[in-house]
Ligand binder design. Structure first.
Ligand SMILES: [Zn+2]
Ligand SMILES: [Zn+2]
Length: 167
């Protein structure tokens, strides 16, 4: 597995931790590094499973607490999905999310037009906005293809002659 170089991000990470008076422990560094390398917005459980071999003393509870700390420092973003488990990602550049209702996949996309839009003035009566993101719910291309393939297979089976030998 090719190790990607996350040197600038890791330097920034260490700086933010230090500024916040948070010790950069090996566990914290590994959790953040794993999240930087991940592209699937893993849940805390999934992240823990990826790290437990490398970090035998790590507990799921520590992963949860570490992620919560990182979230406060705006190093990671917690994404609430329709599933019960929250998903996490290292906060890098601004983007939005597409959630697949079939496989639970979370996909990033950019939307510059949205990013430059002004929020409606009525929002001011509700409160101060910290962050705006778009979540699109749908079926990803791979899942849509799988459904289509399954439908085609059913059609093929249905059109096969009844005398065909059984396996
Ligand atoms: Zn999908
Ligand atoms: Zn994302």
């Amino acid at each position: 597995m090719a190790a990607r170089n996350f040197q600038p991000q890791l330097q920034r990470f260490e700086q933010i931790c230090r500024d916040a008076g948070l010790k950069v422990t090996h566990q914290r560094l590994e959790i953040y590094r794993e999240l930087l390398a991940a592209h699937d917005h893993p849940s805390a459980e999934a992240l823990y499973k990826r790290l437990e071999k490398r970090l035998p003393s790590l507990s799921l509870d520590t992963v949860y607490r570490t992620l919560a700390t990182f979230e406060q420092l705006e190093l990671v973003h917690r994404l609430e999905t329709v599933e019960s488990q929250a998903r996490y990602e290292a906060l890098t550049c601004r983007h939005h999310h597409f959630l697949c209702a079939e496989c639970g996949g979370v996909f990033d996309f950019m939307w510059e037009t949205f990013d430059t839009m002004h929020l409606p003035p009525t929002l001011e009566q509700i409160g101060a906005a910290h962050r705006t993101t778009v979540i699109v719910h749908g079926t990803c291309a791979a899942c849509a293809r799988a459904v289509q393939d399954a439908t085609e297979q059913v059609t093929e089976i249905a059109t096969q002659p009844e005398t065909s030998p059984t396996r």
